[in-house]
Design a protein around this ligand. Structure first.
Ligand code: C5P
Length: 219
């Protein structure tokens, strides 16, 4: 059988990364975190010292953007230009600027090419691809398409639970990042044929199970 593509979109703090990764593991599928590539480019922009509000300068980074994902036990490693940035791309300084990079249209076109190639090269049984525009732009033909949501208070509470008290402002930045991102791609309403999975009243294990069930029901 040809590899199954499972597309998962949703806002920050919906748990879509950890849910998608765990569901992929349970299904025996590969996993592609597209946000990591946007974060990799944002890291590269900071490293190069360019002005993040200068779209021309951001576009200029694309030609030499050498982004690699190397599967490893315990989670894939991400490198940019040979530097391992797996942890660096999660730093608040990267999170703070990633939306500025992601709103440049040429950036989205270039990264979408990378994502589509990775999806094409996926072996059976399949891959779970997670982001903001996977169900609509990157893989609209995916056999399973899911919009993972949760009420905003729940998303902020889940994220805040991971943080120390002095980082509580990060919860507010989460809402601001969603607002900026939502101006570029609509990940708040389900497109035609996309199943909305509302995790407001589900715990982590139940949400993973709901994704796995959707895949089993479809393929
Ligand atoms: O999912 P994550 O929070 O790691 O995504 C980081 C950022 O990458 C988002 O805030 C958004 O700006 C951008 N992104 C995007 N399209 C995607 C995935 C991520 O614009 N498919």
């Amino acid at each position: 059988a040809s590899p199954v593509v499972v597309a998962v979109d949703g806002p920050a703090g919906s748990g879509k990364s950890s849910v998608s990764r765990a569901a992929a593991r349970e299904l025996g599928y590969d996993f592609l975190d597209t946000g990591a590539a946007y974060r990799g480019l944002a890291w590269h922009a900071l490293d190069a010292g360019i002005d993040l509000d200068d779209a021309d300068a951001v576009r200029g980074l694309l030609a030499a953007f050498d982004y690699r994902v190397v599967p490893a036990p315990g989670g894939a490693h991400v490198s940019v230009g040979g530097a391992d940035v797996t942890e660096a791309i999660r730093e608040p300084r990267v999170t703070a600027v990633v939306s500025s990079v992601a709103r440049v249209p040429e950036v989205r076109v270039a990264l979408n090419d990378v994502f589509r190639r990775l999806i094409r090269e996926t072996p059976s049984p399949g891959i779970v691809v997670e982001g903001r525009d996977i169900t609509t732009v990157v893989a609209p033909d995916a056999q399973v398409r899911i919009l993972l949501t949760a009420d905003e208070e729940v998303r902020i509470a889940r994220r805040a639970a991971e943080l120390t008290p002095d980082q509580a402002a990060t919860a507010r930045q989460l809402a601001e990042r969603d607002k900026a991102d939502a101006k570029v791609v609509d990940f708040l309403t389900a497109a035609d044929g996309v199943t909305t999975l509302d995790s407001t009243h589900l715990n982590f294990a139940e949400t993973i199970q709901a994704v796995v069930d959707l895949v089993h029901d479809t393929v």
